[in-house]
Design a protein around this ligand. Structure first.
Ligand code: FES
Length: 621
């Protein structure tokens, strides 16, 4: 009987190669996400809608091109062997090339110019144990307990695994790192190494980790990467759906993110010459779905009304339970969340911006904090209260669901300006243009509104209409999918070899996203009896906020124009807040105190929000 030969897939990304068996994979995206270490973003979660999971077939036998691929890829791309991984199967051996994995630049970075404050809750204890003998056959555990004498300490079971080796290597002298009555780390002898901790911000798009010296608060290193779960969808809803589609999917999502975080910690440790056993504490923030997935908790009920998470409580978890290779007793602080859609990342922003301390003191001047990502979370501080809401802005501002959209990576167009009839742009790291990140799209749209190419309803002129009006930018209008599109960069200048366009459909996506944010702001203010004039500061958090030009944001109506002059970008405030809670237990508790003073407004059932949303759909004239 003839046995079927296994299909082998040869994959290349960033010069690294991988060989694997295709097995029973449903399509190449399925194979790549499960069986290779490579990163491929799949914003629509493999539904064949976004056209972003591009791969290049170098040789071999793929399945025939589908109609959906013909609709999403241009003939020139198909001719170059470009295919969509979620719509392509292997019918024989294949050699495929993935685009270089793009590291997010700057959008999760945070400058830590000075050591951050530490609260001194850590201490070390050096113990000399009596060596065992035939006359003294107490266990290592009992020996340690009697050496601790009056110290009533918890010894986590994970420490027992390392105890025999640590005691013998240190010739029965050991150093304990303690926080209150908990042993975080047990080291041989009296080592001179550092005592470190890592703050982690799990964003739906980007994950960032920051390494600190726990005693001095000195920032030692950072690492930022696109979330490896991106292969299962760009937004939280796609990831939740994926987690529900098969019994092993939740485990797969958890493994993906924890392996990524562990790898990031490993890289920072290697760069700074720190052993991972010297990292004794972690603090992890994120939106509730990201935290659920990292903890292996089902996010099922986050996605359906009445939107109930498994937990929003603060947690202290052994790092070993999360398979993070830190010191044996290391714990992970997980600060609390507010609701299913306002997580510890937003509270971290409230802490980092200083709003939390003002609320605690009961003297917060009216101020807003907005984090625009795949969801737009908005919080309003006033007196001793915080009011929060979350709007489904969609991933448009993160470059997903935008024809030429990319994240905040090298080559992303982040600024567009006009002098006379000349348009110019800048890109992140001044790399050749790759596509638009959110800030670049907002800039260009603001210019097109000013120029009359896009009207207040969001309709874009066709080339013929613009030419009839003698518009100097008419030449840049082309037809794309039978609708107008504005070409900013020609194929010859773009790093993809394809023109970089803002399409009519992109404008519609931005319109929906900006209306959701603007209506959310107005709903919060109305509910609190405040007006735009009362707001003193609008803190803009997240990568998008870093690059966004406030004038353009006001021009397209994303931020009400009355607030345009009050915007203060706070960078990756979530990473900063996580770092503060890593270094200070008091700050970790501050999250909880603020949460207790927070009320949440559910916008999906707010008639007022719906009305404002429709109003905000128009662009300002
Ligand atoms: S088209 Fe394949 S992931 Fe969206």
């Amino acid at each position: 009987m003839e046995t079927q030969r296994a299909i082998t897939i040869h994959t290349i990304q960033n010069g690294k190669e991988h060989f694997g068996e295709y097995g029973t994979s449903a399509h190449l995206l399925d194979y790549l996400s499960k069986q290779t270490p490579f990163t491929l973003q799949a914003p629509c979660g493999g539904k064949g809608r976004c056209g972003k999971c591009r791969i290049q077939i170098l040789s071999g036998t793929p399945s025939p091109v589908t109609d959906a691929e013909r609709a999403l890829l241009r003939p020139e791309e198909l001719a170059q062997g470009i295919r969509l991984a979620c719509l392509t199967r292997a019918e024989g051996d294949l050699s495929i090339q993935l685009e270089g994995s793009k590291r997010p630049i700057g959008n999760k970075s945070f400058l830590f110019p000075h050591p951050l404050p530490v609260d001194g809750s850590l201490r070390t204890l050096v113990l000399e144990l009596v060596p065992p003998s035939l006359e003294d056959q107490r266990s290592d555990h009992s020996r340690l307990l009697s050496a601790l004498a009056t110290e009533a300490l918890e010894i986590p079971p994970s420490l027992l695994r390392e105890l025999p080796q640590v005691l013998r290597e240190g010739n029965w002298r050991t150093t304990l790192l303690l926080q209150k009555n908990r042993i975080l780390s047990l080291l041989s002898g009296t080592p001179l190494g550092k005592t470190c901790g890592v703050a982690i911000d799990i964003g739906t798009t980007t994950v960032a980790a920051y390494l600190f010296d726990l005693y001095t608060g000195e920032h030692l290193d950072s690492q930022s990467e696109l979330n490896a779960q991106g292969v299962f969808g760009a937004d939280v809803i796609s990831r939740i759906q994926f987690s529900l589609e098969g019994p092993a999917n939740l485990t797969q999502l958890q493994k993906k993110i924890l392996t990524q975080i562990d790898g990031m910690i490993h890289q920072m440790a290697r760069r700074t010459g720190i052993h991972q056993s010297e990292i004794c504490l972690a603090c992890m923030v994120g939106n509730p779905t990201m935290i659920h997935l990292a903890l292996g908790l089902s996010p099922r009920y986050i996605a359906e009304a009445p939107f109930i998470p498994v937990t929003t409580e603060p947690l202290l978890l052994p790092a070993r339970d999360l398979r993070l290779s830190l010191s044996a007793g290391a714990i992970v602080r997980v600060p609390p969340a507010v609701s299913a859609y306002v997580g510890s990342d937003i509270l971290a922003g409230v802490v980092a911006s200083g709003m939390a301390k003002a609320i605690q003191a009961g003297s917060a001047v009216p101020s807003l904090l907005i984090d625009i990502g795949t969801n737009g979370e908005i919080v309003l501080a006033h007196g001793d209260r915080l009011v929060a809401c979350s709007t489904a802005a969609g991933p448009a501002f993160e470059g997903a669901q935008i024809a030429c959209g990319v994240g905040g990576v090298a080559g992303a167009i982040d600024r567009v300006s006009k002098a006379g009839d000349e348009l110019s742009y800048t890109t992140i790291l001044e790399s050749p243009p790759l596509g638009f990140c959110g800030a670049g799209i907002v800039d260009l749209l603001a210019l097109l509104l000013d120029a009359g190419i896009v009207d207040e309803t969001g309709r874009m002129l066709t080339r013929e209409e613009a030419a009839r009006e003698g518009h100097p930018l008419a030449e840049r209008l082309i037809s794309y999918d039978e609708e107008p599109a504005f070409q900013l960069v020609g194929a010859e200048k773009s790093s993809t070899g394809m023109p970089i366009l803002l399409t009519q459909q992109d404008v519609r996506e931005i319109q929906l996203a900006k209306a959701a944010i603007a209506a959310g702001i107005r709903t919060l203010l109305k509910g609190s009896g405040l007006s735009f004039g009362d707001i003193q500061t609008l803190y803009l958090a997240g990568g998008f906020g870093n690059y966004l030009d406030p004038r353009s944001a006001a021009r397209i109506g994303l931020i009400p124009k009355e607030l345009g002059g009050k915007i203060q970008s706070v960078g990756n405030a979530a990473g900063m807040g996580a770092s503060l809670a890593l270094l200070s237990e008091k700050t970790f508790f501050l999250f909880q105190q603020v949460r207790e003073r927070t009320s949440y407004i559910e916008l999906s059932s707010s008639a007022e929000f719906q009305e404002l949303y429709v109003e905000e759909m128009l662009f300002p004239t």
